[in-house]
Design a protein around this ligand. Structure first.
Ligand SMILES: Cc1ncc(COP(=O)(O)O)c(C=O)c1O
Length: 455
């Protein structure tokens, strides 16, 4: 506890005043994790309207790759805005999307594609990147069916919602979600207490590829399957890392049947796991890679990168967007990728991520509420379970709430987990400060709420 003095704080009057106006003016469909209103941010620190300071392990839902207002991102946006803010992608040619596409051709791996073989389509958000990928995959050979995973989150517009199977409140109440999607269990490692490493029991759902070949293909002929859509590390579903053999086997299966592999790297991409894409950790590449979140450092942008063999099936007019590839977002995107490279952020993410993983795994040895600590780089999940091994969402919510009151921003994920997803620019001293708060908070919530097996 050497690094931090804990101050228990309630949301102040300024924050409460904004929250009250928010309630009277904005849709009630937004969930809110904390009661404060932002004043400003810098790097991985945020100040609220009442002057309280927070360490940020959430990064605007894993978006703020370069922090809240990196000077080079601000300059890129300002310079671009001073020249022109918008032209439509279908108006005339524009250098900014070309420059960003050329950079993505260099850094984003695509199956059997040299840089010059790749093509990029720009959208404005994660869900729109997924919509584009689905449309392209189905359009290519007029195959209708898609395979996705339980626990997966791919967005909330109707096409992406047909793939999402993370929380039933996200789909519930919408009667006409498009069909043609079969969900299968995600083969997460380290998900149950009985298996040391790679999953060996029915709870780990270890053989997802076998399940597809043995069962899904009984229902749908493989020649009618357009694509398998998968998060290389499951995000909203719990920050779950798959078994090591999953992606090589999935890649093989896709190649065998001419099925496209679509990697949803919207949360895991752009350096978050210490590589440009998380799939690189598993030694395979996808046919279509979906990006968003971190790509614009907070300026809305989405992108898909695919082999020209695939994207060239689209004829002019088959898909487009008014704002997609807009110069402001593309200038922010290019500046983001350059900052990640120039400041060696992926090396830092790997080193600090390993440190965090070890420290939390060590903490877990002495704290019975933690059932799993796993992840890669700045994408680490911590699960809480009761003494019988059941999820404890109330306990998790209390950890998130008390961490906030102690000056640390966290986000939940999965049934009763939290995620470590800070800006990639997080420094070692700030990391230590945040981890001190997190450990102190968990210990405190354990004292208040933990019921041991003997009790
Ligand atoms: C893996 C993944 N895919 C897609 C999305 C949807 O992105 P957006 O909210 O920008 O539409 C998200 C958002 O959390 C995500 O985490």
């Amino acid at each position: 506890m050497a690094h931090h003095e804990f101050v228990y704080r309630e949301p102040g009057t300024q924050s409460r005043a904004i929250a009250l106006r928010d309630e009277k003016s904005l849709s009630p469909s937004y969930t809110r994790s904390y009661g404060f209103a932002i004043s400003h941010g810098s790097g991985a620190e945020v100040w609220d309207a009442d002057g309280n300071r927070y360490v940020d392990f959430a990064a605007g839902i894993a978006v703020l790759a370069t922090g809240y207002s990196h000077p080079r991102i601000v300059a890129a946006i300002q310079e671009q805005a001073a020249r022109y803010i918008h032209i439509g992608a279908t108006d005339f040619f524009c250098p900014e999307p070309v420059k960003l596409a050329e950079k993505l051709q260099q850094i984003i791996p695509v199956h059997h594609a040299a840089p010059e073989d790749k093509r990029v389509y720009f959208a404005n958000s994660g869900t729109e990147a997924i919509e584009a990928a689905l449309k392209l995959a189905r359009y290519r050979e007029h195959r209708s069916h898609l395979i996705a995973f339980y626990g997966g989150f791919h967005g909330r517009t109707m096409g992406s919602l047909s793939l999402t199977a993370s929380k039933n409140k996200q789909r519930g109440g919408y009667p006409y979600i498009p069909g043609g999607v079969t969900h299968v269990p995600y083969p997460a490692r380290n998900e149950c207490n009985d298996c040391e490493n790679n999953g060996c029991c029915s709870q780990c759902w270890s053989d997802a590829v076998g399940f597809i070949e043995k069962f899904v293909f009984k229902k749908v002929p493989p020649r009618e399957v357009a694509a398998v859509v998968v998060e290389p590390i499951q995000g909203e579903g719990g920050y779950l890392v798959p078994r090591a053999d999953f992606f090589p086997r999935l890649r093989q299966m896709c190649d065998k049947y001419g099925i496209l592999l679509i990697a949803d790297e919207i949360q895991s991409g752009v350096g978050r796991t210490g590589k440009w894409t998380a799939l690189e950790h598993f030694g395979v590449a996808a046919d279509i890679v979906c990006l968003a979140k971190g790509l614009g450092s907070g300026v809305p942008i989405g992108a898909i990168v695919a082999h020209d063999n695939v994207m060239s099936k689209w004829v002019p007019g088959a898909h487009a967007s008014t704002f997609g590839g807009n110069p402001l977002a593309c200038a922010a995107g290019l500046a983001t990728l350059n900052v990640i490279e120039d400041e060696h952020l992926m090396t830092q993410v790997t080193e600090l991520g390993d440190y965090t993983l070890k420290r939390l795994q060590n903490f877990m040895q002495h704290h019975p509420s933690l059932s799993r600590v796993d992840g890669m780089g700045f994408m680490i999940g911590v699960d809480f379970k009761d003494a019988q091994g059941n999820p404890i969402p109330n306990f998790r919510d209390e950890v998130v709430n008390q961490a906030y009151l102690n000056g640390l921003l966290l986000l939940g994920c999965g049934e009763s987990g939290i995620r470590f997803a800070p800006p990639l620019v997080l420094t070692k001293p700030l990391l230590e400060e945040g981890l001190d708060i997190l450990e102190h908070t968990i210990a405190n919530v354990e004292e208040e709420l933990w019921v041991s097996a003997e009790d």
